[in-house]
Design a protein around this ligand. Structure first.
Ligand SMILES: CC(C)(COP(=O)(O)OP(=O)(O)OC[C@H]1O[C@@H](n2cnc3c(N)ncnc32)[C@H](O)[C@@H]1OP(=O)(O)O)[C@@H](O)C(=O)NCCC(=O)NCCS
Length: 174
């Protein structure tokens, strides 16, 4: 296991890591990940996205987790709390990002475990997510006991914007 520390960030701690969070998102899109952007990926696009996400974090609408070592942010994931009154027990797992320099060392697994433990603690016992079909993310979620509901074809454009890709939808009851 790596010596990375996995933890839940306060809104102020997340703000302090804004530049690293932006870099993680840029790195993911440049690596071809399907995380809602297409090439060319720019810092400006990532900054605008994080601006909204950090404001939402400050309002208590989501939780942001980090994986860090020696002051370096190598991974993150979020739990977006379902706002619907009748889904007070559900959250979406989103923006699972591990920097290319730190992949395949178990960080994705540990971030998921931390998010699931916190979700259970706060009573969000139904988690949902979508991910690119047949991706590293899909393998990760299946390995951790998530149930795949199915796929929607042509759900999003590939990062290079040359084709459309299916997405897989998963849930986990905690
Ligand atoms: C998906 C993603 C988060 C996985 O992160 P990760 O930190 O590499 O995840 P893990 O290390 O836990 O698992 C990845 C692989 O490494 C393997 N692994 C874990 N620890 C390992 C170790 N110590 N030595 C060798 N391999 C290891 C796992 O078995 C797994 O293998 P698999 O790809 O064949 O399934 C990462 O690839 C990523 O950020 N991709 C881009 C963004 C993205 O697509 N996010 C999902 C959007 S929903």
């Amino acid at each position: 296991m790596t010596s990375h520390v996995i933890r839940l960030l306060s809104p102020m701690e997340a703000q302090d890591r804004r530049a690293d969070l932006v870099e993680l998102l840029v790195d993911a899109v440049e690596s071809g990940a399907s995380v809602n952007f297409v090439w060319p990926m720019t810092r400006a696009k990532a900054e605008a996205w994080w601006e909204g996400a950090l404001a939402s974090h400050a309002r208590g609408e989501r939780l942001i987790f980090s994986a860090e070592v020696a002051g370096k942010l190598d991974g993150t994931v979020q739990l977006i709390l379902a706002p619907q009154e009748n889904q007070f027990f559900r959250a979406d797992l989103a923006k699972m990002l591990v920097h290319r320099r730190a992949r395949c060392q178990g960080l994705g697994t540990r971030l998921m475990q931390a998010a699931e433990a916190e979700a259970r603690r706060i009573g969000r016992t139904l988690l949902t997510l979508d991910t690119k079909a047949r991706s590293a993310g899909e393998r990760l979620y299946a390995r951790l006991g998530w149930t795949k509901v199915g796929e929607i074809p042509d759900f999003s454009a590939s990062a290079d914007n040359l084709s459309r890709r299916p997405a897989s939808f998963f849930y986990k009851m905690l």
